[in-house]
Design a protein around this ligand. Structure first.
Ligand code: MRU
Length: 352
């Protein structure tokens, strides 16, 4: 699966002249600047610091980070090369524990690194080829998600989303925003309400940026305004991405997603999740088993370097929450739209 980008968003993750080049998402929308990661620890730092973020994008970044680790390893035997690989893999996976695409991508590269009878250089090539393949496949997967989900938005003129599950969060096109993009090509009047997404404003800074690039109408609201907007009766659907989907269909996504799902159900608005199969973790039986990443207190207690809470105020900063499967009206994947009961639907999608 490969394909050309059709969105107008700048590239998020790339491999250029032996380095991983990332669009610095902490600088958007003010500045479009790129970070050149010359070694895998720099890639790990970029993932931890949200210079690259969004579950599929950090998976691709980690895969390229492993390609860097292999290329720069001075090992002369395959065993020594794989030991260097495992050191980088462990550090990259530890950067963000909730998004399963990260561990999934590392596992894909680990499998590709098994080259029976191969030399260290054969293993290096196999790792680099796998990283490039994952990037290409992610773009194609997002296009397929978009096209599978667009019929859900037929007849819908207003949609609400949370965080950024767009081109910036993937190798291009996006998951939830991929569905929006595909629906927008049928209905150019489609309008998106974007929750600003506290504390680091992925909705206000990133979703509004990339939808603006593609000429898709977007209005940013404070997260606390979502219920009120839904109560006005104009919004026809809510659609979000996911960081990990448990085997029973419980969905971990950006903090605030659960509240949006509760509000949507209260107001009779369908709540959809769009994600690649690589976001589904069959080894996690339900949402209670999902590890929720805790982020630094400063993300809540300060805004752009200035304190916004009094000294000594407690801060709790989970990056994600879990929306129970019974609040999810459909899960859109690259192999089609899954409906409850999600256990068997997910098992069939993964088995097929
Ligand atoms: O902390 P972030 O910005 O990486 O969180 C991103 C999200 O929650 C996205 O909705 C999710 O990763 C899906 S991206 C296609």
């Amino acid at each position: 699966m490969t394909g050309q980008r059709t969105d107008r968003c700048p590239p998020t993750v790339d491999w250029v002249d032996g380095a991983v080049v990332l669009l610095d998402q902490t600088a958007l929308p003010e500045a479009e600047r790129y970070v050149r990661c010359g070694d895998w620890p720099r890639v790990a730092r970029a993932i931890a610091d949200l210079e690259v973020r969004g579950a599929p994008a950090i998976g691709v970044a980690a895969a390229y980070g492993l390609a860097l680790a292999a290329e720069q390893s001075t090992a002369e035997s395959v065993d020594d090369l794989l030991a260097d690989f495992e050191e980088a893999a462990a550090a990259l996976v530890a950067t963000r524990p909730t998004a399963v695409n990260l561990a999934w991508a590392v596992e894909e590269v680990r499998s590709a690194a098994l080259v029976p009878g191969g030399s260290p250089d054969d293993v290096r090539r196999a790792i680099a080829d796998c990283a490039r393949r994952l990037a290409a496949e992610d773009l194609a997967t997002c296009r397929a998600i978009g096209d599978a989900g667009a019929p859900l938005l037929a007849g819908v003129d207003e949609v609400i989303t949370h965080c950024n599950a767009g081109a910036l969060a993937t190798a291009g096109y996006g998951t939830a925003l991929g569905v929006v993009r595909s629906a927008h090509s049928d209905n150019p009047g489609l309008h998106v309400w974007a929750d600003e997404t506290r504390p680091v404003l992925q909705g206000a800074r990133l979703t509004a940026f990339e939808l603006g690039r593609d000429g898709i109408a977007c209005t940013v609201i404070a997260d606390g305004a979502a219920a009120s907007v839904l109560s006005e009766g104009r919004v026809g659907a809510a659609i979000v991405g996911a960081d990990r989907i448990a085997a029973n269909g419980d969905v971990a996504n950006k903090i605030g997603t659960y509240g949006l799902a509760v509000s949507a159900r209260h107001h009779g608005v369908p709540f959809y999740v769009a994600a690649p199969l690589s976001t589904i973790d069959p080894a996690t039986p339900d949402g209670s088993a999902i590890v929720i990443e805790q982020r630094p207190a400063e993300e809540v207690a300060a805004y752009r370097g200035s304190a916004i809470t009094p000294p000594g105020a407690g801060v709790h900063n989970p990056a994600f929450d879990v929306t129970p499967a019974d609040l999810v009206d459909a899960i859109v994947t690259e192999v089609g739209v899954l409906r409850a009961p999600y256990g068997p639907a997910i098992a069939a999608a993964l088995g097929g």
